[in-house]
Ligand binder design. Structure first.
Ligand code: SF4
Ligand SMILES: [Zn+2]
Ligand SMILES: [Zn+2]
Length: 333
């Protein structure tokens, strides 16, 4: 017996009443059972913009709250986690295994409008592989973990594998600008995404170091090109980690489906996020770093698979605002 052995991981269990128990009505703000909301939308509820096909799609979500645990079970693993679950708040993940919650139908709008691109990819994947779930199992502190993820599209060329993810968003990444003082070269203004905001060409810009004003024409402007958002780049890295483990299988799918031969050399991965904004489409490259994905996966599992609830420390500041278990989070804090 060794005393140095690490404690076994604690596997959280999905409780019987976990899951979305009801909608919150857009009009009355009261809880309404899912089938009743659907029936109400079919009667075209006055004052409500929800329509039946929309409600129907949410109610028949092909990814129920316990999807990852079911998938783990089907593969004989102890615990399941997906790429999407891994990139967001681990406390939310654990709370959603224990509690029930409510959401407004309109909270699903982003997900709903994102399904259009997925349907299009399923209809046409070109010479690539669309929407094919990748799974990998590995041991973690005496337990078997099933890690899974579904890249939107994977293509192959002489340059290697390319993972593409499509994101519907109202706020695609934008260029930003910073301005440096012409005398001391210190940055006097940064993170400007709308240059109109800093005023006309003659409006003075002040350098506190030189205690002097300069005009727009005198200061130096530096343009920063838009970059994929961090969570989205992380998602690509995690998908690359999965693809790396399943490379042979993907290579044989490509050979079978499209007659494409994949090189035997060790695989190279790159990524791309295609932001589908309100008015235009913006593809942004992502540099793949599989090692950082591995580190993240381990670190996140350490937090998820421990007896205590993960601390209240969301990974993205905006998460709490849209979190369906925020009340339970506060109560448990
Ligand atoms: S409220 Fe914020 S910190 Fe709490 S579980 Fe939700 S996302 Fe995480
Ligand atoms: Zn997608
Ligand atoms: Zn200066």
């Amino acid at each position: 017996m060794t005393t140095k052995a690490k404690a076994l991981a604690v596997i959280p269990i999905v409780t019987a009443d976990a899951g979305m128990r009801a909608f919150v009505c857009e009009v009355t703000g009261e809880e309404i059972p899912l089938p009743e909301c659907l029936a109400c939308s079919e009667r075209s509820a006055p004052g409500c913009s929800m329509f039946p096909a929309y409600i129907h799609q949410i109610v028949n979500d092909p990814r129920p709250h316990d999807f990852s645990q079911r998938l783990a079970k089907a593969h004989g693993a102890d615990f399941g986690i997906s790429v999407t679950e891994l990139i967001y708040c681990p406390r939310k993940f654990r709370l959603k295994m224990e509690h029930s919650w409510t959401e407004k139908p309109s909270d699903f709008y982003a997900r709903f409008s994102g399904t259009a691109i997925h349907a299009a990819l399923e209809d046409y994947e070109g010479a690539g592989i669309a929407e094919e779930r990748l799974v990998a199992t590995f041991d973690y502190r005496g337990k078997t973990i099933l890690f899974s993820g579904k890249p939107d599209l994977v293509t192959y060329s002489d340059a290697g594998w390319l993972i593409t993810d499509y994101k519907r968003t109202g706020w695609p990444p934008r260029s930003s600008y910073s301005y440096t003082c012409p005398k001391c070269y210190e940055v006097i203004l940064s993170d400007i995404t709308d240059r109109r905001g800093i005023g006309g060409a003659n409006k003075p810009l002040y350098c506190p170091d030189c205690d002097e004003n300069f005009t727009r024409r005198q200061v130096h402007q530096i343009t920063h090109l838009p970059e994929a958002k961090l969570a989205h780049a992380t998602q690509i890295n995690l998908l690359a980690l999965l693809l790396n483990k399943n490379e042979e299988e993907y290579a044989s799918i490509l050979a079978e489906k499209h007659g494409i031969a994949v090189s035997d050399a060790s695989p190279v991965f790159s990524g791309r996020i295609v932001y589908m904004g309100p008015q235009n489409i913006l593809p942004l490259p992502v540099e793949v770093d599989i090692e950082s994905a591995r580190t993240l996966l381990r670190a996140r599992l350490t937090v998820l698979l421990r007896p205590e609830l993960p601390p209240k420390d969301p990974l993205e500041g905006w998460e709490c605002k849209y979190c369906p278990v925020a009340a339970q989070c506060d109560a448990a804090a």
